[in-house]
Design a binder for this molecule. Structure first.
Ligand code: C2E
Ligand code: MG
Ligand code: MG
Ligand code: MG
Length: 281
């Protein structure tokens, strides 16, 4: 009950808190073992050109099949991986593995040869000295041209300017890698960042897409972000398209690219080439 005294609340909540802490520690131990054993896999969700249905690339999404817990959602273990620092080796595995999949797809891919692979990168990885070397090395080891790699990060990278984020992003840009701002609109969204930091792609957060038909505000924000991307010459991806109505509005508003369950759900890496529509020319 909300009106309980402080004392009463402690009695009720302390065991629950203790249990939660113990579960967290157990999960972290499992995570550490899984990182060492390489017990993860990547699924890929296509990024689709809305006007044509053509796939321009795919985003790698980390999957942890846990022996007893089943498939643990990334949002349940990525924060833990960030806090513990495990996201650094794990993120490097994601990067290298995503590029290997891209290489394996090449002979079977009916799509364009510039088919991109997008990898989510956490702030913790960017702040790690040597991140640019890791990316350089992973590209060299795979033989994938840098233009094919997109690194997705959230606006939180912009908060920590002292960590040398700007220099790291510039070095990545100099390699030829592209930078996408993930979940755009949910973070700080100080628009001055877009001028100062080398960003190539905006990914409009799916919460705006979910509200496209319901609220005038979400439609106004979407329209504004589409205009912003055009003015700043950035590519734009609408996230989380789930219905035909949403797809139709986004097409009408001139949004070029999209992702979502309506278009394609994330799929195992080996099945991607078989699902990829062949390009007309
Ligand atoms: P994200 O990068 O924004 O990825 C998109 C998420 O939205 C994915 O969830 C995807 O399955 C889901 N999604 C795609 N289309 C739809 C849709 O139409 N409707 C709905 N409701 N959801 C859709 P997932 O795979 O659970 O990943 C969640 C988040 O975990 C990602 O969000 C990303 O922030 C993080 N993540 C995933 N893989 C990695 C990774 O390798 N490294 C890092 N650092 N983070 C990762
Ligand atoms: Mg992403
Ligand atoms: Mg996203
Ligand atoms: Mg998201």
């Amino acid at each position: 009950e909300a009106k309980n005294t402080g004392k009463g609340r402690c009695v009720v909540f302390r065991p629950a808190l203790r249990r939660a802490a113990a579960q967290r520690i157990a999960l972290e131990e499992d995570l550490r073992a899984a990182v060492e054993a390489g017990a993860f896999r990547l699924d890929f969700q296509p990024i689709v050109e809305l006007a044509t249905g053509m796939w321009v690339g795919a985003e790698a999404l980390l999957r942890w099949p846990h022996p007893t817990r089943g498939l643990v959602p990334p949002l349940d273990f990525i924060p833990l991986a960030e806090d513990s620092g495990l996201v650094v080796p794990l993120g490097e595995w994601v990067l290298r593995t995503a590029l290997q999949h891209r290489v394996a797809w090449t002979p079977r891919l009916h799509c364009r040869q510039d088919f991109c692979v997008s990898v989510n990168v956490s702030v913790r990885q960017l702040a790690e000295p040597g991140f640019v070397d890791v990316v350089t090395d992973a590209l060299a080891a795979s033989g994938v041209p840098p233009e094919v790699l997109v690194l997705e990060m959230t606006e939180s990278v912009f908060i920590d300017e002292e960590a040398g984020t700007l220099a790291v992003l510039r070095a990545l840009r100099d390699l030829g890698v592209r930078i996408a701002l993930d979940d755009f609109g949910t973070g700080y969204s100080a628009l001055s960042y877009l001028r100062r930091f080398p960003v190539d792609i905006l990914k409009l957060d799916r919460s705006f897409i979910a509200g496209l038909l319901g609220t005038a505000q979400d439609q106004a924000v979407t329209r504004a972000v589409i205009g912003l991307a055009q003015q700043l010459d950035l590519d734009l991806v609408a996230e989380g398209i789930e219905t035909y109505d949403q797809l139709e509005i986004l097409r009408q508003l001139g949004c070029r690219l999209g992702q979502g369950f309506l278009l394609q759900k994330p799929m195992p890496a080996d099945t991607l080439p078989a699902h990829c529509p062949s390009s007309a020319s």
